[in-house]
Design a protein around this ligand. Structure first.
Ligand code: AGP
Length: 614
């Protein structure tokens, strides 16, 4: 959701900016632009749509920017104003001498805009961002110091922002700052990079400084100077990023999503390293900083998340309640933050987020933290804003997920919940040791079972081909796989734009059954266990309304072929682990249908990987 890049150094800047933006494409965008410092002035180039359009726009202008070694770039996911060239970043002040790119939302932009118009500022776009360009320019006109101008302007801005600013008078100076939006500085030799995320810089350097909220950095080729909101100097702390550029390659797969689906067995193996050595040994979860005494006495947990992470959270509820007998509430962060919620110092609040930057979840976490709750964060980005709010942090170590549709990060989140629930039940002694041992043994062999499914992915592809042209899809399940149905439907919606809905199968007859006829595929997630027979009856009910029935099952029952037109078989696992095994074919079905339909699988329309606005 918007991405910014900046560079100051000695290399030709345009290639660095364009390549950096390309690495941020996964965040989702609908227009783009760059500004480069040329000999006499700053030049701005913008385009609507994919980056290729911006590349076309740059063609023929090479002589204007070929020798330029400083610039900023942006991909915009429209919030205020349609995706047009005028609304695309970078934005400038009246004279075009000051240029900025911005990720986030300026909440008080209307008030600021009114004031700025009174002082002669001319607005050309509908964006909230343009006020920042005018505001910083006004400050600069008075103090003639770009860093100070940004510092003074940021005091008047409310909302979330990562900003990259340059001025025509400061030929080799970039000023950057942030509040509640990600921003990382890549440290090179006689050069600095700025970006919304690591993929934009990792090719060039693995040395980075993460800015804290309200800090302002001034970057020149020689040095980085850091100050806080009051102008006090801070020593920048560089860290070495644990990232390999190869993680950003498709490795021969057609799409990142397919590659990421195939990485899931290793994702499970990775998360188990150091935490589960052998079935008869205890889980090691030093990441949980609550004392064993507190854990034993805990009687309420609140989990907050959005989208796919919310579905992982719903399964987490089943696990924690089932293994430990602790009451768990799960809520979408966007709902949680706008009502009177009851959490306090006796509640453990768990935030789940692949990106660790989702605005709604971040706000919810901050609210709970202010009320004294212990905050446990499950995320794939231990360098994220949410991770920095955590009292306990469980990094899921899935490796970078480029495809907008979450796959491996979901499986990794589920694994974090399995480990947490098992760990808590060991601490609470809420389950028989023999049961725990056999569950841990099953957990350890999940990767091989996923590999078995992936080895037969063509069977799933064949089923997907049959249903690629349907308009609607229903997924039904019960118990622990109800969230699996929701997640399977979400995957299909996200990347194929087919209307897909997940239902708890028992609810079918309370309304949705009215929709069923011979055009409606109903996919039944029929896993061996406590609700198998119930779901079978619900599937019969759907069949009786002529729905086209598909089973995703680990049952060996041959008679299922009387009821289901297509059967996708998966290896058997204890019911409690079936959400992992069931999810793999659902990811593949969504992937193959989207691929058959020729959709942009890795960057579906309107979606962003990191949703940094509420
Ligand atoms: C997943 O496929 C989606 N792109 C989306 O629902 C996502 O899970 C949601 O936006 C939450 O993101 P987070 O996990 O980074 O917080």
């Amino acid at each position: 959701m918007c991405g910014i890049v900046g560079y100051v150094g000695y290399k030709p800047v345009t290639d660095i900016l364009m390549d950096g933006l390309e690495q941020l494409e996964y965040r989702g965008y609908d227009s783009s632009g760059i500004a480069v410092m040329c000999e006499k002035e700053i030049r701005v180039y913008k385009a609507v749509g994919k980056l290729q359009n911006l590349r076309e726009e740059l063609k023929g202008h090479e002589n204007e920017f070929n020798s330029s070694t400083m610039g900023i770039g942006h991909i915009r996911w429209a919030t205020h104003g349609a995706p047009t060239v005028l609304n695309a970043h970078p934005h400038t002040c009246n004279c075009g001498g000051l240029v900025i790119v911005h990720n986030g939302i300026i909440e008080n932009y209307k008030e600021l805009k009114e004031e700025l118009i009174k002082t002669g500022c001319i607005f050309r776009s509908e964006t909230d961002t343009e006020v920042v360009a005018h505001l910083v320019a006004k400050k600069y006109d008075k103090c003639k110091n770009l860093t100070e101008a940004v510092r003074l302007a940021s005091k008047e801005i409310e909302g979330a922002y990562a900003l990259c600013v340059m001025h025509k008078d400061c030929k080799q100076k970039l000023v950057i700052t942030k509040r509640n939006a990600p921003l990382v500085v890549g440290v090179g030799i006689n050069e600095f990079y700025a970006a919304s995320d690591v993929p934009a810089i990792i090719k060039h350097t693995n040395k980075a400084v993460y800015l804290n909220d309200n800090q302002i950095a001034t970057l020149t080729p020689e040095k980085m100077e850091l100050i806080d909101a009051d102008g006090n100097k801070i020593e920048p702390k560089a860290e070495i990023l644990p990232w390999e550029p190869v993680a950003l390659s498709k490795m021969g797969y057609k799409h990142f999503m397919l590659k990421e689906i195939h990485e899931q067995p290793d994702v499970i193996r990775n998360i188990l390293v150091g935490k589960l050595h052998a079935p008869d040994e205890n889980i090691v979860l030093d990441e949980v900083k609550l004392t064993k005494e507190t854990l034993k006495n805990l009687n309420r947990i609140q989990i907050i998340a959005c989208g796919t992470s919310l579905h992982a959270a719903m399964i987490g509820k089943y696990l924690i309640e089932g293994f430990c007998g602790i009451a768990v509430d799960v809520e979408a962060s966007s709902e949680y933050i706008y009502r009177k919620t009851v959490t306090d110092e006796h509640t453990l609040v768990i935030g789940v987020s692949q990106s660790g930057e989702t605005a709604d979840t971040l706000t919810a976490i901050k609210q709970s933290k202010a009320r004294g709750s212990h905050i446990l964060i499950i995320t794939n980005r231990p360098d994220s804003a949410m991770a920095r709010e955590a009292d306990s942090l469980i990094p899921v170590n899935a490796g970078i997920e480029v495809s907008v549709a979450a796959t491996k990060s979901y499986i990794a989140q589920l694994m974090a919940f399995y480990l947490l629930a098992l760990y808590m039940s060991e601490v609470k002694e809420s389950m028989a040791k023999t049961d725990l041992t056999s569950l841990k043994a099953e957990l350890m062999i999940l990767p091989q079972k996923i590999e078995q499914i992936l080895a037969h992915k063509e069977d799933i592809q064949n089923v997907a081909r049959v249903y690629a042209n349907t308009k609607d899809f229903i997924y039904i399940a019960r118990g622990i796989n109800y969230p699996t149905a929701l997640e399977g439907a979400l995957k299909l919606k996200e990347i194929s734009y087919i209307n897909a809905t997940g239902y708890p199968a028992g609810e079918l007859k309370h309304g949705p059954i009215a929709m069923l006829d011979d055009t409606m595929p109903v996919l039944s997630i029929l896993m061996n266990g406590s609700v198998y027979e119930k779901l079978l009856s619900n599937s019969e009910e759907a069949k009786a309304r002529n729905a086209r029935m598909i089973a995703l099952t680990n049952s060996k029952d041959e008679k299922l072929s009387h009821l289901f037109e297509h059967i996708i078989r998966v290896p058997d696992v204890p019911e409690i682990f079936s959400p992992i095994i069931a999810m793999i074919p659902l990811q593949l079905i969504a992937y193959y249908i989207a691929e058959f339909l020729g959709k942009d699988v890795d960057q579906p329309r309107n979606l962003a990987k990191s949703v940094t606005v509420e």
